[in-house]
Design a protein around this ligand. Structure first.
Ligand code: LLP
Length: 380
C-alpha cells in the first residue's frame, strides 16, 4: 500500500487511516460473489463500528451482524434496513432485546434456553413476535488462537446439541418467538478451509436431526471467521471470498428455499485500515534499539492481548533497515507492537504504519491512562 503523506497533514497522531477504495472494492467483491450464490452477508459490526464504514457497508448492499443494542442503533443510523440486521450475543440485556424488537430486526441469534424465555416474555409485553435462530455449538475445532475459538463445547457460546430436545420443548410453549433459523460460528482468523468444511459436515448432521423432527428452518447462518494475511498485507489485500463461498456451495446441504447467511467481520475491514503512529524517541538498549511511538495498546490491543502479528512500516524513511522493538507509551510491559523487526532507520517524528488494523483495532480502543480515544480518517 502506498501512503500519501500529504493526506496526513493536519492530522494528530495516533490515528486510524482507512483506504476507502480498498474497503469499497472488498465490499463489492464480497457482495457480488455472495449474490452469485444467492448468499446473504451480514457485516460483523464488532470488527469496526465506525459510522463511515457502516455507511459504505450499507451502500454495498450488505446487512449487519450486531452484538449489542448500540450496534443495532449504529447500523440503523448508517441506513442498514432492520430486516438485514441479525442480533447475536450470549448476554443480551432486556433493554437491548427491546431495541431489537422495536426495530423489527431480522433475527435474534439465541444462545440459551433462559434467553429464549426472556425474549418470549418481552416480546409478549410489547405485543410483538420475535424471529429467532438457535446458535448451536457445532463442537468443531478451528485452528486459530485459543482466545478466539468459539465453536467448542467448553466455550460459553451457543447451545450444545445435547440440550436441543429441551429447547424444542421450550419452543412449544413460548408463543411469542418463532424459530426461523440455525446459527453457527466456529472462531475467527481461520485460514484453513478444512475447518469450514468440517463445519458444513456438522451443520448437515444437525439439520438431519431437525429434519427427523419435521423441522426445516428458512435460514442457516454459518457465522464469520475467514482470516486475512497479517504477515504480508499487500500480497492479498482482498481475501479469497471465492474459495471460502465455494466450500459452502460444495459441502453444505441446503434444503429447497433455505437461505444461507454469513457474518464476516475481519475479512471485510482488516486490510483497509492502518494505525498511523509517530516515533517519539529512539532509545538504545543493550543489544537493540527501541522505537518508542505515540500509539499504545489503547489504540491497538491485538499484539498485547493475542500476541498478534501486525506488519509495521516506517513510511517516512528510506534509510537502510535496522532491528527495532516497537513499543508504546502505556505503563505496562505488554505495551509492545513488535520485537526485533526490520524497519527503515527510525528518527523522532517519523510516521510508522501498523498494517492490517482495520478489524478489531479502533473497535477495541480504550482510554486507559486517560488517553484520548483514537479517531479514524478515510482516504479521498
Ligand atoms: N459471528 C460471531 C458469532 C462472532 O462471534 C464473530 C467474532 C463474528 C461473527 C465475526 O468474525 P470474523 O469474521 O471477524 O472473524 N478481537 C479478536 C476477534 C474476536 C472475534 C469475535 N467474534 C481479534 O482481534 O482477533
Amino acid at each position: 500500500m502506498n501512503f500519501d503523506l500529504k493526506q496526513f497533514e493536519g492530522l494528530k497522531t495516533p490515528f486510524y487511516w482507512y483506504d476507502s477504495q480498498l474497503l469499497d472494492q472488498t465490499l463489492q467483491t464480497v457482495k457480488s460473489l455472495a449474490d452469485r450464490h444467492g448468499y446473504h452477508v451480514h457485516y460483523a459490526v464488532k470488527a469496526n463500528g465506525n459510522l463511515e464504514i457502516l455507511r459504505r457497508v450499507n451502500a454495498a448492499g450488505l446487512g449487519t451482524d450486531c452484538v449489542s443494542g448500540n450496534e443495532i442503533l449504529q447500523s440503523i443510523a448508517a441506513g442498514i434496513a432492520p430486516e438485514k440486521i441479525a442480533f447475536a450475543g450470549v448476554g443480551k440485556s432486556d433493554e437491548e432485546i427491546r431495541i431489537g424488537l422495536e426495530n423489527n430486526i431480522f433475527c435474534f441469534n439465541c444462545e440459551s434456553i433462559p434467553e429464549i424465555e426472556v425474549i418470549d416474555e418481552i416480546a409478549g409485553q410489547m405485543g410483538r413476535r420475535a424471529h429467532i435462530a438457535l446458535r448451536i455449538n457445532p463442537n468443531v475445532h478451528a485452528s486459530t488462537h485459543h482466545y478466539i475459538t468459539t465453536g467448542l463445547e467448553e466455550n460459553k457460546f451457543g447451545i450444545n446439541t445435547w440440550a436441543l430436545d429441551d429447547v424444542l420443548k421450550v419452543l412449544e410453549r413460548t408463543k411469542n418467538v418463532e424459530l426461523i433459523g440455525l446459527h453457527f460460528h466456529i472462531g475467527s482468523q481461520i485460514l484453513d478451509m478444512q475447518d469450514f468444511r468440517n463445519l458444513c459436515t456438522r451443520v448437515n448432521e444437525i439439520q438431519e436431526w431437525f429434519y427427523a423432527r419435521k423441522i426445516i428452518v428458512d435460514h442457516i447462518n454459518v457465522g464469520g471467521g475467514l482470516g486475512v494475511n497479517y504477515e504480508q498485507p499487500d500480497k492479498q489485500p482482498i481475501p479469497t471470498f471465492e474459495e471460502y463461498f465455494k466450500v459452502f456451495a460444495e459441502s453444505l446441504k441446503l434444503r429447497p428455499k433455505q437461505q444461507l447467511h454469513f457474518e464476516l467481520g475481519r475479512a471485510i475491514v482488516a486490510q483497509c485500515g492502518s494505525l498511523i503512529t509517530k516515533v517519539l524517541y529512539v532509545k538504545n538498549g543493550t543489544n537493540k534499539k527501541f522505537a518508542i511511538v505515540d500509539a499504545g495498546f489503547t489504540e491497538l490491543i491485538r499484539p498485547a492481548l493475542y500476541q498478534a502479528v501486525h506488519k509495521i512500516e516506517n513510511i517516512s524513511s528510506t534509510e537502510p533497515e535496522e532491528k527495532y522493538d516497537v513499543v508504546g507509551p502505556i505503563c505496562e510491559s505488554s505495551d509492545c507492537f513488535a520485537k526485533s523487526i526490520d524497519l527503515a532507520g527510525c528518527h523522532r517524528g517519523d510516521l510508522l504504519a501498523i498494517r492490517t488494523a482495520g478489524a478489531y483495532g479502533e473497535a477495541m480502543a480504550s482510554t486507559y491512562n486517560l488517553r484520548t480515544l483514537v479517531k479514524g480518517y478515510f482516504s479521498k
